[in-house]
Design a protein around this ligand. Structure first.
Ligand SMILES: [Zn+2]
Length: 73
């Protein structure tokens, strides 16, 4: 991999985690997408993050809307 635009896996992971907190610059996002396209390990990492994100979002929604539900004693 000698493409200028290609990130190392370490950089890709850092950007992915950064993207969880705040939007990363478009150029970084593009480089990330390019990397994930050619790197199986990082593609799997992305899939896991997406899964986690969905689960977290579902849980948050549940815990926000579930306040009125009966409290188990
Ligand atoms: Zn990678």
């Amino acid at each position: 991999m000698s493409l200028k635009n290609t990130l190392t896996c370490r950089e890709a992971a850092r950007l992915l985690l950064e993207d969880e907190d705040h939007e990363i610059p478009a150029a970084d996002r593009l480089a990330l997408q390019l990397h994930v396209r050619v790197c199986f390990a990082c593609a799997r990492f992305v899939a896991q993050l997406n899964l986690m994100r969905r689960a977290t979002r579902a849980w948050r929604k549940h815990s926000e809307t579930g306040d009125d539900e009966a409290i188990i004693e």
